[in-house]
Every structure is written in structure tokens, then in C-alpha cells.
Design a protein around this ligand. Structure first.
Ligand code: H2U
Ligand code: ZN
Length: 353
């Protein structure tokens, strides 16, 4: 089927998952750049760093001591953004506000940190399939445990990879923030998926995945259980969406084979990311799963978002400023071009080539 997607002309694309638009300006990557250049952090980390807060056996910043863990380790964030014991009663109106414009609600929850590996110098693509599978099992167990708690209605699992994305420590780790209210992004996706399911009787992302697998234009990697695409509506230059082939609402409902499949697709995708500029590719990633509010969510389809900031090279990132902050998101290369770039790099990690 011929593609009628413009490769030269500015156009807008619609994101049906969060009901927003992105401006695509394919020719803008040709503009000269004399602006900020990021430092490429040297990657000469030892397998164990006695000063690292997350290495096995070390003391953390809050003075707790990590056990001598051998695979993964989960602990409550010593500087948690959410606390479980926040009063839930509605507070009185903000003093002086007769308009109702100033709204304030208490928010309860909990924050955890997950060390993916005892090895200080690894990243996800450098971990073995078996070790990654153990991380998947920890994510599933954490989602199930936190989600079952009274007062936890949403569980956000995520990872900030790299200093450029705000990771505070190079030890391989991710976070979980579990909240009483459903945050805005998953709340928007809950609405769009519910409406699509009500109208068509099928999952929005299931239909989208079928379309992407048939076209192949935006496909990056796939296996028996998952596919990773640069979504048609991607905002970040090399943004990807990992979608399960089976319409499953949450990670704890995957079979053992599907969990292996998730570990495999994450390894293959992050390997390609690192191979793009031969650096450990920075990103924020996370899973979007059904809220744990006890309501039925038959429309929810498990997926992971990867939002990497790099644009032209290891040192030049995309800035979401000016028009993006005041108008709408804008991107410089098309989703199809980004997917092609990610397909063109080797499937084996550059450090092991
Ligand atoms: P980020 O690298 O994505 O910031 O995650 C690390 C988290 O680890 C961060 O939220 C926590 C920080 O609060 N942390 C501890 O809980 N204890 C420590 O000793 C160091 C860091
Ligand atoms: Zn460490």
C-alpha cells in the first residue's frame, strides 16, 4: 500500500491515546545548531562503587543499609514524594477564595526504588535475558501488591535513564510512585480507551498494533508477544511505544512466556537505542496499566512509553520550549524516519560488537 505521508511539508498528527495533536516539521533538522551541547558522561563505572547509595551492602543517604542483594532489591524511597498517612478529609476552602478557583486536595501514596541489578556498571540492554526477566517479575509483584492496597488507585512504574533525564545515580534502578488519585496522563488514556472500546468492542491499542504490524513503516522490533513502534503521533524524536499483542490490562496478568517476551523486547529496544549514537541512550520510560481502583477496566491495554530526549547526536537534545510550551508539541523528523533509523542500527549492543 503506498504511503501518502508527507516527508517535506509541515503537518499535524493526532494522538488518539491522549487526545492531543503534534506538529510535525520534517525539514527543521536541517537548521544550523550553535546552541547547547550536552556532555557525554564517561562510562568507566566499576561493577561495585563503595560511594554508591544503591550498591549492595552500602549505606543509603537516609542511613539505612542495603542488604548484600544478589539480583534485585526494592526499598521505600528515603525521600518519597508521597506519604501513606496523609489525611483524606476534604480541607476547608483556601482562605479568601470565594470563586472556587483555588482547589487543593490531600494526596496519599507511596514511593519505592527498584535496583535492577547488584552490578553498578550495567544498563538494561547489557543485562542478561534471565536477569531482565527477574526485573519483570519484580515489576509484576510490586504492581499487584501496591495495587491491592486500600487507598492506592494507580501504580506508576518508571525509570529515568541517564543524567540528562534526571537520574540521580548511575546504578541501574527504577522507581514506583503509587497514588490515591489517577494522574492526568493515565486518566486521559483511560477515557480514550474506554470510549473506543464502547464504540468498537475492541481495544484501541490492539487495533493500532494490527495496523502498525501490517504496515511495518513505524515498526522497530517485535517478538511473539510484543511489538515496539515509533507511534504515528510521537512527540519526542525517538519516542517509542511497546504494546502487548494480547489485550491484557496489567503486567501481573502476563503468562510466563509473555514475561520473557517483555524482557526480550526491552533488551532489544534499548540495545537499538544505545546503538543509535554509540552511547547509553537517555530516556524516561514507564508502563501504563489499568488503575487499581477496583473498577472494571476491560478497555485497558498494557503498554510502555519510552521518551528519549536526544535528537541529532549524543550531545544535541530536543528542547521542548517556546512553541511547545506555549502552543503544542512539535517534532523535527517524521515518526517513519525515526523508525527507519532505529531499524538500521545493529541488533547487537555496540559494547559487545
Ligand atoms: P532517580 O535516579 O530516578 O532520581 O531515582 C532515584 C531515587 O532514589 C530518588 O527518588 C532515591 C531518591 O529519592 N534515593 C533514596 O531513596 N535513598 C538514597 O540513599 C539515594 C536515592
Ligand atoms: Zn551502585
Amino acid at each position: 500500500m503506498p504511503s501518502f505521508i508527507p516527508t517535506e511539508h509541515p503537518h499535524r498528527r493526532y494522538n488518539p491515546l491522549n487526545d492531543s495533536w503534534v506538529l510535525v516539521s520534517p525539514r527543521r533538522t536541517k537548521r544550523p545548531w550553535q546552541g547547547q551541547v550536552e556532555a557525554t558522561p564517561p562510562d568507566s563505572r566499576p561493577p561495585y562503587d563503595p560511594r554508591c547509595y544503591l550498591c549492595p551492602g552500602n549505606r543509603r543517604a537516609g542511613n539505612a543499609q542495603n542488604p548484600p542483594y544478589g539480583s534485585t532489591f526494592v526499598f521505600t524511597n528515603d525521600f518519597a514524594a508521597l506519604q501513606p498517612d496523609v489525611p483524606t478529609d476534604s480541607p476547608p476552602p483556601v482562605a479568601g477564595d470565594v470563586t472556587g478557583l483555588l482547589k487543593l486536595q490531600p494526596e496519599g501514596g507511596t514511593c519505592r526504588v527498584i535496583c535492577f541489578s547488584p552490578r553498578h556498571n550495567l544498563t538494561l540492554p547489557e543485562m542478561s535475558a534471565g536477569a531482565l526477566r527477574r526485573v519483570v517479575d519484580v515489576w509484576a509483584a510490586q504492581y499487584a501488591e501496591l495495587g491491592a492496597r486500600a487507598g492506592i488507585n494507580y501504580v506508576q512504574i518508571f525509570q529515568n535513564q541517564g543524567a540528562m533525564m534526571g537520574a540521580s545515580n548511575p546504578h541501574p534502578h527504577g522507581q514506583i510512585w503509587a497514588t490515591r488519585t489517577i494522574p492526568d496522563e493515565p486518566a486521559a488514556e483511560d477515557r480514550t480507551q474506554r470510549e473506543y472500546f464502547a464504540r468498537h468492542g475492541r481495544s484501541l491499542l490492539g487495533d493500532y498494533l494490527r495496523l502498525e504490524v501490517n504496515s511495518g513503516e513505524r515498526l522497530v522490533v517485535q517478538n511473539e508477544h510484543f511489538a515496539a513502534v515509533v507511534p504515528f503521533w510521537a512527540v519526542w524524536p525517538f519516542e517509542t511505544l511497546v504494546i502487548s499483542r494480547r489485550h491484557v490490562p496489567a503486567i501481573d496478568q502476563f503468562s510466563s512466556a509473555e514475561r520473557d517476551g517483555l524482557a526480550d523486547i526491552l533488551k532489544r529496544l534499548t540495545t537499538r537505542y544505545d546503538n543509535l549514537f554509540n552511547v547509553s541512550f537517555p530516556y524516561s520510560m514507564g508502563f501504563h496499566q489499568q488503575p487499581t481502583d477496583g473498577a472494571a477496566h476491560p478497555h485497558w491495554h498494557f503498554h510502555a512509553h519510552f521518551f528519549p530526549p536526544l535528537l541529532r547526536s549524543a550531545t544535541v537534545r530536543k528542547f521542548m520550549v517556546g512553541f511547545e510550551m506555549l502552543g503544542m508539541p512539535q517534532r523535527d523528523l517524521t515518526a517513519e524516519q525515526a523508525a527507519q533509523r532505529l531499524r538500521d542500527v545493529p541488533a547487537t549492543h555496540y559494547k559487545s560488537q
